[in-house]
Design a protein around this ligand. Sequence first.
Ligand code: ACO
Length: 338
Amino acid sequence: MALSSKITGVGSFVPERVVTNHDLEKMMNTSDEWIQQRTGIVERRWVDANTSTSDLALKASVEAIENAGIDKNDLDMIIFATLSPDHDFPGAGCFLQDKLGVPGIPTLDIRQQCTGFLYAMSIADKFIKSGSNKNILVIGAEIHSKGLDRSPEGRNVGVLFGDGAGAIVMSATDVKDDKADSHIINCHLHCDGSYAKELWLPGPGTGFNSENRCDQKMLDEGLHFPQMNGKVVFVNAVKKMSQSLINLCKESEVKFEDIDLFLFHQANLRINSKLAEMMGIPEEKVFNTIQKYGNTTAATIPLGMHDAVKEGKLKPGMLVASAAFGSGFTWASSLYRF
Ligand code: ACO
């Protein structure tokens, strides 16, 4: 018997407002055809003005806790992955903890962008394996719409992203049969900061040659909007996610053909098709949600996980592989028996 962690509950939430590619055609010089052909995205969700990231997270968290069959007071930690927190500080986890009504337990905000959820899962796994924690709420939630350039100039990034939240409860478990019992098998985490400026949000920040972290010049130059070198991201995403997954499976002595479901980050349908093609994974084993949500960064994997459960494609006991890539560049892979 070995102390491990497993996913005991999953929840998700997306805002009601659907924004189609045709809606974007009215704001930007883009077309439904361009967006679908290059990315696979058909629509995404955007929040209303009065919604914050921790509001989305709260809804996903309540559902995950309920599905885990525990009381919220059984939680002993919150790990919140987001690049779009309610405020710069304190972290979104503090706001969520208050809204959830679980005072006193530690909250940890992490960044790591599109890879954030896999980093968060891995951190939770380690806390649980150390014996210090029993039930950790792990969240990925993002509001991108409030940070995008929705003018005609913003089209190259603006069409890609959507809002949403996903949450899981990870609980301690004793694994007797590691080929059958639900548990996190292995995670690999990576970063190469020399690519930091290929996909980033320059401002506001202290990295400017300015006495203020936010000034008029920064706003005039649009540096408070995400900047991306799409082609560099594309090539590296395919390369790094496949390498990480191959190494992880090798180290864990798991064959690709034994994996029941692949839940990849959703940045671009073409990235995931290329990944599946390179690794010889049948398309039906890859669960994609980008068509309806766009790229929801840290929320993507738990959101997809919950959709897969609801659609009956992810069932207890299945062997799942996840991989993600994002700003940093950061990337990660994870193997778990659901
Ligand atoms: N609508 C219409 N035309 C557009 C749009 C748009 N939304 N955006 C760019 N274009 C134009 C460009 O201006 C360019 O025009 P030009 O040839 O006249 O100069 C043309 O389309 C081609 O632009 P490219 O940037 O070369 O297009 P590319 O084929 O590389 O596709 C894309 C762009 C979809 C972003 C692609 O590079 C990509 O998928 N990169 C991966 C990055 C990614 O998915 N990022 C998501 C966030 S990161 C993450 O989650 C990992």
